[in-house]
Ligand binder design. Structure first.
Ligand SMILES: [Zn+2]
Ligand SMILES: [Zn+2]
Length: 217
């Protein structure tokens, strides 16, 4: 599988060694060739450039994505996640579902943000390509789409100037709440689970986890 991905990435022209390795990692993490992930990947890079920031490493950049669940091209979010480094695990990626191929990237150090949206023409082309019309819309899994069709959709984005792919609004200034991460742990008095202190509940004078609480849920 990784060899197949390597071949696809190597077939894209105009990438330097570093960009090739980076994109190769992105497709391996995503798991299949499609048109959605590269959209988010290109948009993420363009948004970082517009803010003048590097890839997120220390929880100081936040991405708020507006795609929802149960609609096509959610793969877009993986591209944003990988290229910006704003990962779900680090708590610097949030979903505010609006059914749009759009996200806001916030530099928490400067309080500046940009909004990035995939252009309609790019979505039109992706949704009218056989990858969607002949295969995905008929319930066929991405990895069962003929390789040349999946690869074509993936490659297409890299032959364009990023400004043709994504519209950037901003930078504008945003107000941010102060974040203070919790490093304390508490043991649930009922089940013995270790719980981050900011999630422990107090019930009848004892500390309990959310699974053991007897009130509500
Ligand atoms: Zn995908
Ligand atoms: Zn418990």
């Amino acid at each position: 599988m990784f060899e197949k991905n390597r071949k696809l990435i190597n077939s894209i022209e105009d990438l330097d060694e570093r960009e090739r390795e980076f994109l190769y990692s992105a497709i391996n993490i995503h798991g299949h060739a499609c048109g959605g992930m590269p959209m988010g990947y290109v948009a993420g890079l363009a948004a970082m450039k517009a803010l003048g920031i590097e890839r997120e490493r220390n929880m100081s950049t936040m991405a708020i994505v507006n795609s929802g669940d149960g609609h096509a091209a959610g793969c877009f979010v993986d591209g944003v996640q990988f290229s910006t480094g704003c990962t779900f695990g680090k708590g610097v990626m949030k979903k505010e579902p609006k059914g749009k191929w759009q996200f806001t990237l916030i530099d928490e150090k400067s309080g500046r943000a940009v909004r990035a949206a995939i252009r309609n023409e790019i979505l039109d082309a992706a949704f009218s390509a056989p990858f969607i019309t002949e295969y995905r819309a008929k319930g066929i899994d991405p990895t069962d789409v003929p390789e040349e069709l999946a690869s074509a959709g993936f490659r297409r984005l890299f032959g364009l100037d990023p400004s043709q792919v994504v519209r950037i609004d901003g930078p504008f200034t945003v107000e941010l709440p102060k974040k203070t991460p919790c490093f304390e742990r508490v043991t649930c008095s009922r089940c013995g689970a270790t719980v981050a202190e900011n999630y422990i509940l107090s019930e009848g004078g004892s500390s309990v986890c959310a699974d053991c609480t007897q009130y509500g849920s």
